[in-house]
Design a protein around this ligand. Structure first.
Ligand code: NAD
Length: 269
């Protein structure tokens, strides 16, 4: 029996790729698609909207009525919507794969609470390359240590509404852990004016927004006489969608509740 998938945000940029990735994955079957109440796309066939064949799955304006036909909900929407969906999934025993970024600490705590009841995969980036790059960044930070200054530079398309990207912040958390620092205390977001000399215990973030950039991330380790850069460039949203689809099959097969990320899905822990 394939895993029955619901997609929240099915009319969005990621949602359409998620529909395509679900259709292409033989372990999965799209059984429900949801978008914002009042969206112009309510009633459209999710397959046709994604440029695929007609699937007979119309986009609905509410999640609750379709939850009984879903094993795993894949949610790439907005933080408020994701939290509301997580509460509903927790109550209904439906597992989740969450891609939404920009959640506050309180909103993340709500997701963690839901994950005590159902399995939840929650990752800032579902690409295999970025997940591997977190391992490389961790290794580099442990070897290079405090002698090297660390900066995270990211670029995304003009429509992105949060900054720095969830992936850049995740990279910052990995760096801070490896270097024994508290990210909240040591992060510096952009620089302007008379900043003074760089404090060696900070982690800097720079954000670029424009055009149709799918997602570029570079972590720079800047030493005296040498510089190491670890860069990932996504060229298609399909890479995130395929990773999310794979995560949905994984979390459906996983016993019990819990909060997981792509490192768990790829067996990198
Ligand atoms: P988008 O604006 O194109 O799509 C979001 C969709 O969610 C829209 O169709 C919107 O109508 C819908 N939506 C809003 N409120 C809703 C609600 N209450 N119920 C159902 N649907 C609702 O944005 P996007 O570019 O597709 O990105 C969506 C999110 O995914 C962002 O947070 C982005 O940062 C994140 N993202 C994550 C990854 C990853 O790998 N984790 C990759 C790409 C994007």
């Amino acid at each position: 029996m394939p895993t029955r998938i619901g997609i929240a945000g099915a009319a969005g940029r990621m949602g359409r790729y998620l529909v395509e990735a679900t259709v292409q994955n033989p372990e999965l079957e799209l059984t429900a698609a949801v978008d914002r109440p009042g969206s112009d796309f309510i009633g459209c066939d999710a397959g046709e909207l994604a440029g695929q064949m007609r699937l007979g799955v119309p986009i609905q304006g509410a999640l609750e009525p379709v939850l009984d036909r879903v094993d795993v909900l894949i949610d790439f929407t907005l933080p408020e919507a994701t939290v509301a969906h997580a509460r509903a999934c927790g109550a209904a025993g439906v597992r989740m794969v969450i891609g939404t970024t920009g959640l506050s600490d309180e909103q993340k705590a709500e997701i963690a609470a839901v994950s005590a009841r159902v399995g939840v995969v929650f990752a800032a980036n579902y690409s295999v390359g970025v997940t591997l790059s977190l391992k490389l960044i961790d290794m580099a930070a442990r070897v290079l240590g405090d002698d090297f200054d660390v900066e995270v530079v990211e670029a995304h398309h003009r429509h992105k509404i949060d900054a720095p990207s969830g992936t850049a912040l995740r990279m910052g958390e990995v760096l801070a852990d490896a270097l024994g620092r508290d990210l909240k205390a040591c992060a510096v977001y952009g620089r302007e004016g008379r900043t003074g000399e760089r404090d060696g215990r900070t982690i800097g973030f720079e954000t670029i927004r424009g055009g149709d950039v799918v997602g570029d991330h570079t972590v720079m380790f800047l030493g005296l006489g040498e510089r190491l850069e670890i860069t990932h460039r996504a060229s298609s949203r399909m890479t995130f969608a395929k990773g999310a689809a794979r995560s949905a099959a994984w979390v459906h097969a996983k016993e019990g509740a819990g909060l997981f990320d792509m490192e768990d899905v790829l067996g990198l822990r």
